[in-house]
Design a protein. Structure first.
Lengths: 286, 362
């Protein structure tokens, strides 16, 4: 069928041209592609190893052990409380950093990021020196109110919030900076006080940013080890969170440590995925 | 609607302002007086201080010097350290891109100002619905801003600003964000709503047509200072700066008149039918200019040689820019462009009847 041959050839040529142009557009230099793939493997392979070595058959029995249940409950509780504390203090702090002209603002921002780069153990020690029984503030708390923070669940929350707060503050500050300040101006010309404008305009528009910040904050708090173990210690049911339980188990019964790690990994993934589904994507399509 | 002359009405009723603002390398120094029911258009090139003026009146920016008084209330006076916060002023503002709250429905946007001022939710919502009805958006009360067309969003912004019953309404380029198709309709609607509004309205624009249609009076500023003020027809007939002349589409010259002949600083000479002496402005429309390949015989008193510098389509006519002793803009037909081969560099003669030339004291 020579009659139809020509158009078909033309069609094939066009398809080839399309493929070629598409390939040209998406072709990446090997110098970037190879390290990129290596980087991805570097991040994924350890988790894969964890899942491969998990003794799946013994999982239910391991999970039902009271110390595992206690540690998981404590971890979820303290990370939630720490996130709430970070929201309460961090959102206003982000607002001040993003929207006001206080003197020395760059210094304040630098101070906020310190816990981000500080080794958590050092952070825990610093908290101990401030809030410990002999600490700068801790001594007074003990003397005046009979409150001792170290080695309590409250200490866990404080340590986690200390380490996780910068994640929230920086995320929310970024969201505030990219939001349209003039919407607040518009609210002001309509008679809204600054607080009213913040509550009815700024905050709702900021929700995706705050959510993202809170998720990061929660994940960081959930995994916190160094500051917690230094400031709060490791008392079963009171301050022994999942990461600490995992570390202790890895010293004696590595198999238990693997199981606990899988649990923590699952919780982290669930939190991220759940929040993304419910809020982040919904907010993104707005 | 013909408002009384500003000075005839007590300023206690309207806006009385002398605005002094220093910003890095820029100074705004402008007196404004608006009576209730009057709509004034504030015109000026970019960077003239229009937005600064609105911000100061809205209370989003404080004066460096001067004072603002609205309906007898002192709003801003650095001398006696008085500054009424934007939220406490009875000033409404329609922003250039409307700045509707994207997460609130049209009704909630309009109710926002009432809620912020403590009106209970039910009453605020009812009033918001009434306002939306009034601007023809009764069916869109539950629509989010992103679902509204440009014209609808503009009307929501107007209703939102008017719902708080301001004494002064500020509109920043209210039609600039609209496409040409809807612009005429929205402009006419806006004029109707402004006519029904009892307070003072100040419209910032750089579109002469918007200004002419919407305003009872024009105030033109350049580089932070008043350069011309008056009724739209008056300003359009007798521009006093190059910017205003371009805005209203007139050829404008400044020179010295001896009777009915005006000498330009560069040496050109323009004949006019108006008798004035001394420093004058001379203006005539580009449509009054006729172009010839050779020096025309006969009556035209004004006849200048020139070289074509530029040719561009301008509505249904072609606008030709001539360089010469008297630089001229001329509107001719497309046919004339072909007949006279008006290409850049062509040498032609421009003629204008003296009766078309308007001269007035500078």
């Amino acid at each position: 069928m020579p009659a139809s041959g020509a158009p078909e050839a033309g069609h094939a040529a066009r398809a080839r041209a399309r493929t070629r142009s598409r390939r040209t557009a998406s072709r990446m230099p090997a110098a970037l592609l190879v390290p990129a793939v290596l980087g991805l493997l570097y991040l994924v392979l350890p988790l894969l190893a964890l899942l491969v070595r998990t003794p799946w058959s013994g999982l239910p029995a391991q999970l039902a052990r009271p110390q595992v249940v206690d540690a998981l409950r404590l971890s979820l509780l303290s990370a939630t409380l720490a996130t709430a504390l970070c929201l309460l203090l961090g959102v206003p702090l982000a607002w001040v950093l993003a929207r006001t002209q206080i003197p020395g603002r760059p210094v304040v921002r630098a101070l906020v990021t310190v816990p981000l780069v500080l080794p958590p153990v050092v952070g825990g020690l610093a908290l101990l020196l401030l809030l410990g029984r002999r600490g700068l503030l801790g001594e007074r708390l003990d003397l005046w109110f009979g409150i001792t923070l170290p080695y309590s669940t409250a200490a866990v929350v404080i340590a986690e919030a200390f380490v996780a707060m910068p994640f929230l503050v920086l995320t929310v500050e970024g969201a505030l900076r990219s939001a349209d300040v003039r919407l607040e101006d518009a609210a002001t010309t309509l008679g809204a006080s600054r607080l009213y404008a913040f509550r009815r305009v700024t905050l709702p528009l900021l929700a995706p940013g705050v959510t993202a910040g809170a998720v990061l904050c929660f994940a960081r708090a959930l995994g916190e080890f160094g500051a917690t173990v230094t400031f709060a210690g490791s008392f079963p049911g009171v301050t022994r969170t999942m990461p600490i339980e995992i570390y202790l188990a890895s010293q004696t019964t590595p198999e238990t440590a693997v199981v606990l790690s899988v649990v923590l990994l699952t919780v982290s993934v669930l939190v991220l995925a759940g929040l993304r589904e419910r809020w982040l994507s919904g907010a993104a399509t707005r | 609607m013909t408002p009384a002359h500003p000075s005839a009405v007590s300023a206690a009723e309207g806006l009385l302002a002398r605005l002094g603002v220093n910003r890095s390398g820029f100074r705004l120094d402008l007196g404004l007086r608006l009576v209730p029911g009057e709509t004034v258009a504030l015109l000026g090139p970019n960077g003239a201080g229009k937005t600064t003026t609105l911000q100061v009146l809205a209370g989003l920016l404080a004066l460096t010097d001067g004072r603002v008084e609205l309906a007898g209330e002192l709003l801003d006076d650095p001398v006696c350290a008085r500054f009424v916060h934007a939220a406490e002023r009875r000033v409404g503002m329609v922003f250039q891109d409307y700045l509707l709250f994207p997460h609130l429905s049209a009704a909630d946007n309009v109710a926002f100002g009432l809620r912020a001022r403590g009106v209970p939710r039910k009453a605020a919502t009812a009033r918001a619905h009434a306002w939306l009805d009034r601007v023809g958006l009764g069916a869109q009360v539950d629509a989010k801003p992103r679902a509204l067309s440009g014209g609808q969003a503009q009307r929501v912004a107007l209703a939102r600003a008017l719902a708080t019953e301001p004494r002064l309404l500020l509109l920043d380029e209210p039609l600039a964000a609209l496409d040409a198709g809807t612009r005429a309709q929205v402009r006419a609607d806006l004029r109707r709503h402004l006519d029904g509004y009892a307070g003072c309205a100040l419209v910032v624009t750089h579109d002469p047509l918007d200004a002419m249609v919407l305003a009872d009076r024009l105030v033109v500023i350049e580089a932070g200072r008043l350069v011309q003020e008056g009724a739209p027809a008056e300003v359009a007939r007798a521009p006093r700066t190059e910017y205003v002349a371009r805005l209203v589409g007139l050829n404008l010259y400044r020179g010295t008149s001896t009777g009915m002949s005006v000498t330009l600083p560069a040496g050109g000479r323009i004949a006019t039918a108006d008798v004035v002496e001394g420093p004058v402005f001379v203006a005539f429309p580009p449509s009054a200019v006729a172009l010839y390949r050779r020096r025309p015989q006969g009556s035209p008193r004004n006849c200048w040689p020139g070289r074509v510098d530029g040719v561009e389509q301008h509505g249904h006519t072609v606008r030709v820019r001539l360089q010469g002793p008297v630089p001229v803009l001329a509107d001719v037909t497309a046919g004339a462009v072909a007949d006279l081969s008006l290409v850049p560099g062509a040498e032609v003669w421009a003629a204008v009847k003296a009766t078309e030339v308007h001269a007035y004291p500078a």
